[in-house]
Design a binder for this molecule. Structure first.
Ligand SMILES: Nc1ncnc2c1ncn2[C@@H]1O[C@H](COP(=O)(O)OP(=O)(O)OP(=O)(O)O)[C@@H](O)[C@H]1O
Length: 472
């Protein structure tokens, strides 16, 4: 009887569920589906690239170790993005796509433009608070009455506070109303580079058409215009052409127009013609609201408890981007450590980010790098054998069990490749290592006493890594 891909995946995944923490299972493996079996490989679809990569690096080999017992034969597992479900937002909320290139104006054949905007930078994903309410209101007004009320809209503020998000929110809203809209979204450096290359290749005509025959111009980081005289000259004419045609211009910068050094006064005055709006750092309540919004969009409300959200919001104050980065780091850390997300875990995971926070929440203890030798020593001590014994060829039960446990912990804590583990344990081959990992996973699923012992050693090593002290 041959199993369908879905049945195979179910068997492997259920075994993984027995050994992985529930939260890890739910975050990474539950939102996946079997796609197809190709030869000896099961292809599994993840909802986005981040989770595909994460599962591939963290869980694919482990899942394969279950195959001989669960299926009766070996089976490799590979992850890729499930195109059918790619629309679903999972980790993408926290991972910005690569910078978008300029949107080309439509050709005769192309009446609809596919924009390279970040799909997550919409108004409904933007959390409004005291620090950004004026800018958000201006952006919404510019989206509703483009070229009329606030033209240009100039949004300034420090890095990671939502300027690009608001700017793209305008584009999304306008595209929603008119999908045929011609939009150019570009960073100032990219504008400069394209300008230089147009001069070099003698294609200024094309360049001008691309930037002037559009309905909405979005330019990020105009502070980089400073000191670039001919780019400023070209930008001035681009601005005028679009402005005079009654079309909307949106600009962002890290400071207000007047404070951009080396910016021509005619540009300064044009940038101030419409609305200059600031985005500032969010206060505590606003930070909590932003984190909750991101967690809910990403279906992580159950995974990240409220007190953890509050803990992060209290300690990460520099920018919204940093808040998002903290969540990514925490999720990754929890998955790697196979632990539930808690305030204690957040304190450990974010220690580096928060080291400068000068708070008693983060006692300054030196972390230690754990190596294979450390794992061998600690395991050997627990089982009353020697590290040399673990590396030897001897296959008595007294040595085999701790050796398998040490291999398992090398995989779990150091994420070593199978071949690296084999080399570190007396040159054992790949299949012996797989068998060892599988054996430990199985015994952990079935024997409470054994599991407790493995987890105790693991806890000691984790304490050593984060505090520099060997926990007991
Ligand atoms: N008020 C907010 N609500 C929801 N998400 C926000 C908010 N402010 C910022 N973000 C998110 O923070 C991240 C950084 O925002 P963004 O890229 O817009 O910052 P920026 O001010 O343009 O930074 P830079 O100057 O470095 O380009 C984005 O993922 C954005 O979605």
């Amino acid at each position: 009887m041959s199993l369908s891909p879905a049945e195979i995946w179910d068997r492997l995944r259920q075994r993984a569920r027995q050994v992985l923490p529930e939260q890890t299972y739910r975050t990474w493996l539950e939102p996946t589906d079997a796609i197809v079996v190709e030869g000896d490989t099961l292809m599994v679809g993840a909802p986005d690239q981040f989770s595909a990569d994460w599962n591939e690096s963290k869980h694919a080999d482990l899942l394969a170790t279950f195959a001989p017992v669960a299926l009766g034969h070996p089976m490799k597992v590979r992850f890729k993005v499930n195109e059918e479900r790619a629309g679903r937002v999972q980790m993408d909320m926290f991972v910005a796509p690569p910078p978008a290139p300029i949107v080309a104006p439509p050709t005769k054949q192309q009446s609809r433009i596919s924009t390279p905007l970040n799909p997550l930078y919409t108004f409904d994903q933007f959390v409004i608070g005291k620090s950004n309410d004026v800018a958000a209101a201006a952006a919404q007004a510019a989206a509703q009455a483009p070229g009329k009320v606030y033209n240009p809209l100039f949004i300034y503020g420090e890095t990671g506070l939502g300027k690009t998000h608001l700017m793209q929110g305008i584009a999304h809203e306008q595209l929603r109303r008119n999908p045929a809209l011609r939009i150019a979204y570009v960073g100032t450096e990219q504008f400069t580079n394209e300008f230089i290359s147009a001069i070099q290749t003698g294609q200024m005509g094309d360049f001008r058409r691309r930037f002037r025959e559009i309905d909405l111009l979005l330019v990020d980081d105009v502070q980089f215009l400073k000191g670039k005289e001919s780019t400023q000259e070209e930008f001035f004419h681009t601005f005028n052409a679009i402005y005079e045609a009654g079309r909307q211009i949106v600009l962002t910068s890290d400071r207000p127009p007047k404070e951009i050094p080396g910016l021509e006064s005619r540009l300064i005055s044009r940038f101030e013609w419409g609305m200059v709006a600031n985005v500032d750092s969010p206060d505590l309540e606003h930070r909590i609201a932003i984190l909750k919004k991101k967690a809910s969009v990403d279906h992580l409300e159950l995974t990240i408890p409220d007190e953890v959200i509050e803990f992060i919001a209290q300690h990460v104050k520099s920018s919204v981007r940093e808040l998002e980065g903290s969540i990514i780091k925490l999720l990754a850390y929890a998955s790697f450590k196979h632990r539930e997300i808690s305030v204690d875990l957040a304190r450990e995971a974010l220690r580096d980010k928060l080291r400068g926070a000068n708070t008693s929440d983060f006692p300054d203890v030196p972390p230690t790098t754990i190596t294979v030798a450390t794992i061998q020593q600690v395991v050997a001590r627990e089982w009353g054998v020697t590290p040399d014994g673990l590396r030897s060829k001897t296959r008595t039960k007294q040595l085999t069990t701790p050796r398998q446990v040490a291999m398992y912990l090398c995989r779990e804590l150091l994420a070593l490749q199978l071949v690296e583990i084999g080399n570190a344990f007396g040159g054992r081959d790949h299949s012996t290592v797989i068998h060892s990992l599988e054996r430990v996973a199985e015994d952990m699923a079935g024997e409470a006493g054994f599991t407790e012992r493995v987890l105790k050693v693991r806890g000691m090593l984790e304490t050593l890594r984060t505090t520099g002290q060997l926990g007991t």
